[in-house]
Ligand binder design. Structure first.
Ligand SMILES: C[S@@+](CC[C@H](N)C(=O)[O-])C[C@H]1O[C@@H](n2cnc3c(N)ncnc32)[C@H](O)[C@@H]1O
Length: 262
């Protein structure tokens, strides 16, 4: 654990890491978690029934996807009729998202992509004119939840919906403990955890100089921080780890939180 890591330093290292993962995926070095462009062109969606249920009907609504990555969810929302803005700080991830949008005929007027750190979202996106804020798979990469959720609140209209999906912190804790990580020894240690990924890591077969910085926010920390940013939490779904991705039989895999701006 590195106590002195600033969120700016972390964002820079993580941006380099995601650019590297993306390049290695584009070059076919990393087996496809998914091929976004191909799957979207075939008519596939990256949204689960739980995403759809918690977010509700998005037709004609303005939706902000925080940490949209390669655009799978973002473009799936656009296909359901939303006006979408995706924010990510990895240029390579956004390049793929742009390619995916173009491949399915979604133009820049319906899908805007913004290169920015989630802790420094441009003021123009924080004018309270989004109906929905959505974020999937990003939580562990962000070190200052109070600051992040305060910005999410500013982006939303009154009564706007915020849906946040992430790996369940217990699943993260058990997975890291299982693989013998030295510093994930307590559920209550929130990090930051830095890791240098060598060529034995499945996302870095090229052996790029990759360092990741992640946090393990407890569920209590997440919910408290969302509430303190001016939201009323209306649902917390804890989903079982059915495929045992995190290796805990009968344990949680992911969670999805739905909150309303009050
Ligand atoms: C696991 S991916 C999730 C992407 C997408 N939401 C999904 O569910 O597939 C995490 C994404 O968060 C982005 N990210 C990490 N830290 C960030 C930061 N500080 N600011 C903006 N984006 C960040 C990465 O570039 C990456 O695209």
């Amino acid at each position: 654990m590195v106590e002195s890591m600033s969120t700016d330093q972390a964002a820079r290292l993580n941006r380099e890491a995601w650019d590297s993962f993306r390049r290695q995926r584009d070059e076919g070095l990393v087996g496809g978690r998914r091929d976004v462009v191909e799957r979207l062109v075939e008519g596939g969606s990256f949204l689960s029934v739980h995403h759809r249920e918690l977010v509700g009907d998005v037709h004609g609504k303005r939706l902000l996807d925080l940490g949209c990555g390669d655009g799978g969810e973002l473009i799936s929302w656009a296909r359901l009729g939303a006006q979408v803005v995706g924010v990510d700080n990895s240029p390579r991830q956004l390049t793929v998202a742009r390619r995916a949008a173009e491949a399915v005929g979604i133009g820049a007027e319906q899908c805007r992509l913004v290169l920015a750190d989630l802790l420094a979202v441009p003021e123009g996106l924080l004018r309270g004119d989004f109906d929905v804020a959505f974020s999937s798979g990003v939580l562990s990469w962000i070190g200052d939840l109070d600051r992040w959720f305060a910005a999410v609140s500013r982006a939303l209209k009154p009564h706007g919906v915020f849906v946040l999906g992430a790996v369940h912190p217990l699943a993260l804790y058990y997975r890291e403990r299982e693989r013998g990580a030295q510093d994930w020894h307590s559920y209550f240690d929130q990090g930051p955890f830095t890791e240098q990924l060598d060529a034995t890591h499945r996302w870095n077969p090229a052996g790029d100089a990759v360092t990741t910085v992640q946090w393990m926010h407890t569920l209590g920390h997440v919910i408290t921080s969302v509430a303190q940013a001016g939201f009323r939490v209306s649902r917390l779904l804890e989903l079982p780890d059915e495929a045992e991705v995190y290796g805990v039989t009968g344990g949680p895999g992911e969670f999805l939180l739905r909150a309303i701006k009050v």
